[in-house]
Design a protein around this ligand. Structure first.
Ligand code: CP3
Length: 328
């Protein structure tokens, strides 16, 4: 999930001084934002403050985070000629500030909690490149896939390659685990995932430094879970649309799962939050390999107290389960 962001007053205070990309490019400030939820909420891991789209900037496509609109790509990649025109990227030179943020956070944490690095998965990043921003039905993306499959595969290869180097750079700088966000891959059918996405995610994950856990996450993926598992990852991230135990059965119990509270539940009253947290822990049934998480990022409107309550409840209810008490 995204755990830093605009629901936190201390994040908004920093954002009043820096633009979003400016914040990402400033290792000291980005490290501070990374640590804010750890200090404020008592979460069990820090998540690098960065964005999945930082890696597309060096492709020269004109990335901007426009106020109130989210990300905008001014020169979308829609045709085979656009794909062929993409310049080679030297990741180390292109985003040194991200690696510096990782080093700064790792130093500040001193092992207190692990640090999770991340990147966007090739499909989700490609969808921004092709659409030029967020989309509802991803028709430009699907059109490129269907009309020009060779160009599509070339684009996915480029992204898988730079993303593997980007994640390996984060690991070398001190990330203890990495998460691959395929946030929008749920718009694909199983056949399209198999043909147009799976080989590239598999190659990407296979190229990662061995020994660092990989979390592979998407939303709207109920039908895709067994294929995502085939693509790889030590832990598969589940969104809230699937029951956690059903999702775990779908990916197999020899991998971990992460999830999967609907972030909108945090807008509801404490009694509901307690009921839903408990229901997820009941479905995990105390098995090793479950990382409690939201099924997607924290909404901007969320009361900080409710996020804190959720974290406390997870600790309280899972401690009791470990102690063997019955949960109530
Ligand atoms: O601390 C953390 O949790 C890490 C922070 C993080 C951000 N982006 C910071 C951010 C993470 C893990 C991401 C990943 C990301 N970025 C994803 C994958 C995860 C997901 O949520 O599905 C995606 C799809 C993006 C692309 C992106 N970046 C969008 C769609 C937006 C705009 C949405 C919005 O909330 O306005 C961003 C901007 C962004 N990335 C913000 C933050 C804190 C808000 C920007 C701001 O401060 O104005």
């Amino acid at each position: 999930m995204r755990q830093a962001g605009r629901y936190l007053p201390e994040y908004r205070a920093l954002r009043a001084r820096f633009g979003f990309l400016e914040l990402c490019r400033n290792p000291e400030a980005a490290a501070e934002v990374t640590l804010q939820p750890v200090d404020r909420l008592g979460v069990d891991a820090a998540i690098l403050f960065a964005d999945i789209l930082l890696i597309v900037e060096p492709l020269g496509v004109g990335l901007e985070f426009a106020k109130g609109e989210g990300p905008v790509i001014h020169r979308p990649v829609r045709t085979p000629a656009d794909v062929h025109a993409l310049p080679p990227v030297n990741v180390e030179d292109a985003v040194p500030f991200v690696f510096e943020t990782v080093r700064t956070v790792a130093r500040a944490l001193g092992g207190r909690v692990p640090l999770i690095g991340f990147a966007g998965a090739p499909f989700t990043v490609a969808s921004y490149l092709v659409e030029g921003g967020p989309s509802r039905d991803y028709l430009h993306t699907k059109r490129l896939m269907y009309e020009a499959p060779a160009a599509w595969h070339q684009l996915m290869k480029i992204l898988a390659n730079i993303t593997a180097r980007y994640l390996n750079g984060q690991i070398a700088a001190g990330a203890d685990a990495v998460q691959l966000f395929d946030s929008w891959v749920g718009v694909l059918s199983r056949d399209d995932y198999r043909a147009f996405v799976l080989p590239h995610v598999r190659a990407l994950i296979a190229a990662l430094t061995p020994g660092t856990p990989v979390i592979h996450f998407g939303t709207g993926t109920s039908a895709l879970l067994p294929l995502m598992r085939q693509a790889g990852g030590d832990v598969i991230g589940l969104d809230w649309r699937v029951d956690l135990d059903v999702g775990w059965d779908a990916v197999g119990h020899d991998v971990g799962v992460q999830g999967n509270l609907d972030p909108a539940v945090l807008l509801g009253p404490p009694s509901l939050i307690r009921e839903r947290v408990k229901s997820i822990l009941d479905r995990a049934a105390g098995r090793p390999g479950h990382i409690f998480n939201l099924g997607h990022g924290v909404h901007q409107e969320t009361p900080v107290d409710h996020v804190r309550l959720m974290v406390d409840l997870v600790h309280e209810l899972s401690d009791r389960r470990v102690a063997g008490d019955s949960l109530s």
